[in-house]
Design a protein around this ligand. Structure first.
Ligand code: PLP
Length: 342
C-alpha cells in the first residue's frame, strides 16, 4: 500500500488480473469471472442486483436479518418487483418456504440469500436453497460478504449465478472494494439492465474484459492490499485453513463467554465461526458503553448488537485474530465485568 500505483500502468493491470483470478478460484474452477467494484460491500451487492436482474424481473429475498432486509430495500429502490420471505432472526432461512413461494409465484426470476447473516452470525443453508432454485429454474444470487474465503462455497457443489463479497472481511484485506463472482454467460447477457452507470457491473466487466482496466479510478492501494491478502489466504491453506482458525477462535470464545456466565444468542449448530452474538448480562450494573470503552482501552474492539428483540453485543472471530488473542480478550472481559460489579 505504500507504493503509488499508476492505475493504467501495465504492472497494475497485471495486479488486477491476479486479484480477479485468485478471487474466482476461491469458489469456481471455470465458467465464472470476478468483477471488482469500488466501494464497500453494499456497492457490490447493489451492482449485482441491479445488473443481473432485468428491469421486469421479480426477486425473492430470504430474510433473517439486516442484510437480507437491505437487499429488499435495494431492489425496491431500483424499482424491481421484490417479495421478502421473512424469518425469525434466531432461525436459518427455510428452503421449504421458498419452495412454496416459488410454486405460488411463477413469474419470479431470481432468488437472493445471505450466506452468513452477520446481524446474528447465523449460517444459512445456501446449498438447500440452491437445490430449490434449480428445481424451479430460478437464478440464485448470494450475499456471502462475511463468509467468503472462510466458509466453503464451491460452484461445482452449489449452483449459483453470482456471489458478492468484499476485501475486508474473511479475506483480511482493507476496506474500499467489493466484488461479484458471476457466471460468464450471465454477465454477458446482462447488458442494459442496470439502473446506474457507476454500479453497472456489465460495463465494469466489459471494460476489464477488453483491456484489463477499470472504467473509473480504482482504489489502487486497496487492490494492492487485497493482492497481498489473497497471497496470505493461500499460504494459510485457503478457505479450509482460514475457516479452521476462525472455528478455533469460535470454540475458545463461546466456551470462555459461557464460563463467564454469559449466554450466546444462537445455539451452537446454527452459529457460523464469523461473529458471535452475546446476550447482555441480566444485571442492573450492565452498561454497554462502559464495557465497550474499557475493552477499547485494553486494545479490543467489539460490536454493538444489531437485534431489535433483545439487548446483545457481538464479538468477531475473523481477521488477524488467533486463539491466544481470544484468551487475552476473555481475561480482559472477566476483569471489566468484575469491575462493573457483574
Ligand atoms: C458486511 C456485510 C455487507 C456489506 O456491508 P458494507 O458495510 O457495505 O461493507 C453485506 N452483507 C453482509 C452479510 C455483510 O456482513
Amino acid at each position: 500500500m505504500t507504493r503509488d500505483w499508476g492505475s493504467r500502468d501495465p504492472a497494475f493491470v497485471a495486479l488486477i488480473e491476479r486479484v480477479r483470478s485468485a478471487v474466482t478460484r476461491i469458489v469456481a474452477d471455470e465458467g465464472y469471472t470476478t468483477v471488482p467494484m469500488q466501494g464497500s460491500g453494499t456497492f457490490a451487492v447493489e451492482a449485482m442486483l441491479g445488473t443481473l436482474i432485468p428491469r421486469n424481473g421479480h426477486l425473492v429475498v430470504m430474510v433473517n436479518g439486516a442484510y437480507g432486509r437491505r437487499m429488499v430495500s435495494l431492489a425496491e429502490r431500483m424499482g424491481r418487483t421484490v417479495t421478502a420471505i421473512e424469518h425469525a432472526e434466531s432461525e436459518p432461512v427455510d428452503p421449504n418456504r421458498l419452495d412454496a413461494v416459488l410454486n405460488d409465484l411463477p413469474d419470479v426470476t431470481h432468488v437472493a440469500v445471505v450466506h452468513c447473516e452477520t446481524t446474528t452470525g447465523i449460517l444459512n443453508p445456501v446449498a438447500a436453497v440452491s437445490t430449490v432454485c434449480v428445481q424451479h429454474g430460478k437464478s440464485l444470487l448470494i450475499d456471502a460478504m462475511s463468509a467468503f474465503g472462510a466458509i466453503p462455497l464451491r460452484a461445482s457443489e452449489v449452483s449459483f449465478d453470482a456471489v458478492a463479497a468484499s476485501a475486508n472481511k474473511c479475506l483480511e484485506g482493507v476496506p474500499g472494494i467489493g466484488f461479484v463472482v458471476v457466471r460468464e454467460d450471465v454477465i454477458q447477457a446482462s447488458s442494459g439492465n442496470a439502473h446506474s452507470m457507476s454500479l453497472d457491473l456489465y460495463d465494469q466487466w466489459h471494460r476489464l474484459d477488453r483491456d484489463g482496466q477499470f472504467r473509473f479510478t480504482p482504489p489502487t492501494h486497496v487492490l494492492a492490499a487485497l493482492d497481498a491478502a489473497l497471497a496470505q489466504h493461500a499460504v494459510e491453506g485457503g478457505t479450509e485453513g482460514r475457516g479452521r482458525r476462525y472455528d478455533d477462535n469460535r470454540i475458545r470464545l463461546v466456551g470462555g463467554l459461557r464460563a463467564l456466565g454469559l449466554s450466546t444468542f444462537l445455539t451452537d449448530e446454527k452459529q457460523a465461526p464469523i461473529i458471535i452474538t452475546v446476550e447482555a448480562p441480566d444485571n442492573p450494573n450492565w452498561d454497554f458503553h462502559t464495557f465497550y470503552d474499557a475493552l477499547t482501552k485494553r486494545g479490543f474492539a467489539i460490536y454493538p448488537g444489531k437485534l431489535t428483540q433483545a439487548e446483545t453485543f457481538r464479538v468477531g472471530c475473523i481477521g488477524q485474530v488467533f486463539p491466544a488473542d481470544i484468551d487475552r480478550f476473555l481475561v480482559a472481559a472477566a476483569e471489566i465485568l468484575a469491575d462493573m460489579g457483574i
